[in-house]
Unconditional design. Structure first.
Length: 175
């Protein structure tokens, strides 16, 4: 991402010796196509009541301008979708949630950030509350787990995962 898309949202402020730049990027998104969810050790087409879980990484800093590495960031997970990739009908899903995973060697607890807000035959959408993610970032990567539960489900499912965050930043020129 280049700095140019941020320019309309930036505000340059000067007050005495304080000079800083503020801006925001709405819906900084990452798409992970064709992610395979599998239930290990199952060899049939469907399985009885169970939960499929898959851990993903969202590299937020790869999407931010390099010139602003020292900025004070506020990052909120806004939404996520799981969309069937192929003929799978997602109506079998009875419960779904996304859990924010703490960084390695952290004392932060895992946090359920949102549960399914909407579903259709081809998509499950999760809405977030712009929960602050910065404490959960490790080297700019956010790890989360998507869990899908049902009374009966296919042993394997392929889906596209979309995650979007809102990012606000403040960069102090004096530093």
């Amino acid at each position: 991402m280049r700095l140019a898309p941020l320019l309309p949202a930036l505000l340059l402020t000067g007050c005495g010796d304080v000079l800083y730049l503020e801006g925001s990027v709405n819906q900084l998104c990452q798409k992970l196509p064709a992610q395979s969810f599998q239930i290990p050790g199952v060899h049939g087409p469907t399985v009885p009541a169970t939960t499929m879980a898959r851990r993903f990484d969202f590299d937020i800093t790869a999407k931010l301008p390099r010139q602003l590495d020292n900025a004070q960031l506020t990052i909120g997970l806004e939404r996520m979708t799981v969309t069937a990739n192929g003929p799978t009908d997602l109506r079998f899903i009875e419960a779904a949630k996304v859990t924010l995973e703490p960084p390695a060697k952290s004392t932060l607890p895992p946090r359920v950030v949102f549960r399914a807000a909407e579903s259709s035959p081809t998509m499950v959408r999760f809405d977030g509350d712009d929960i602050e993610l910065v404490p959960y970032l490790q080297s700019g990567v956010l790890s989360y787990t998507v869990e899908l539960s049902a009374a009966a489900m296919p042993a394997t499912m392929v889906a596209d995962i979309d995650a979007c965050a809102n990012v606000a930043l403040r960069w102090d020129y004096a530093k």
